[in-house]
Design a protein around this ligand. Structure first.
Ligand SMILES: Nc1ncnc2c1ncn2[C@@H]1O[C@H](COP(=O)(O)OP(=O)(O)O)[C@@H](O)[C@H]1O
Ligand SMILES: [Mg+2]
Length: 211
């Protein structure tokens, strides 16, 4: 059975799809990986994936989650499944997602509304004594803003597991989505390389948790 890494958060717009796509590509450079898009309404991960054609050499594929449910053989031979979910799952769904995964990644932007959504995501997990989750702080504004670090230390102080790697904010991320590529393939933007480094470090951390 493949290791399942699920990306979920109550709130929309916190970077779930961006995280899922980059993580799937990172993992796909190491082992056969499939990205599953469980957001049937928006299908942003599928749109992103289908817009690109430069990744044939990688062991990386993408499918709608429904197709996977109807035919689990789709994932035969895969080492990793990365599941991109929609926002707003109810409490039970979140707990179930965590229980069926090796690791639940919860992206959060360091801003008030996003952190409030984070509390609502974490509550059911804590109540059900689920522990295989980790918060990813993403879209972190650059110095002199301390928002990213402040959130990281506040979470750590409360005993919430959080990735050491934070994903920095850069316009290159939006460009990548527009162009249907990963941020490492955005041309003419020097920040693209920096953000790619963030995703590489995140990928290493994820590997250390699922292997
Ligand atoms: N590191 C980042 N820097 C800049 N913009 C980002 C970053 N991460 C995400 N975004 C932007 O935030 C928005 C929401 O991201 P998305 O991955 O679609 O979230 P979700 O899947 O949770 O709804 C998108 O416009 C995306 O480009
Ligand atoms: Mg999404």
């Amino acid at each position: 059975m493949p290791s399942i890494v699920t990306i979920a958060a109550k709130k929309g717009g916190v970077g779930k799809t961006t995280t899922a796509l980059h993580l799937a590509q990172y993992l796909g450079r190491h082992s056969p990986t499939m990205l599953l898009d469980a957001d049937e309404e928006l299908r942003s991960a599928m749109d992103w994936y289908e817009g690109q054609d430069g990744y044939q050499g990688w062991t990386f594929a993408a499918h709608p989650y429904q197709a996977f449910l109807q035919n689990e053989h789709l994932a035969d031979g895969m080492t990793f499944l990365v599941l991109d979910t929609k926002g707003g799952e109810d409490r039970e769904a979140l707990v179930q997602l965590a229980q069926q995964s090796q690791l639940l990644v919860i992206p959060c932007k360091p801003e008030g509304v996003s952190s409030k959504g984070l509390v609502r995501t974490l509550q059911p997990l804590i109540e059900h004594a689920v522990s295989n989750y980790r918060v990813l702080i993403t879209d972190v504004p650059s110095a002199p803003s301390m928002d990213g670090l402040n959130l990281k230390y506040a979470l750590k102080e409360q005993g919430v597991p959080v990735f050491e790697t934070m994903i920095r904010r850069a316009a290159a991320v939006g460009k990548a989505a527009d162009e249907g590529v990963a941020v490492r393939d955005v041309k003419g933007d020097r920040y693209a390389k920096l953000i790619n480094m963030d995703y590489e470090l995140l990928g290493q951390e994820v590997l250390s948790h699922v292997q």
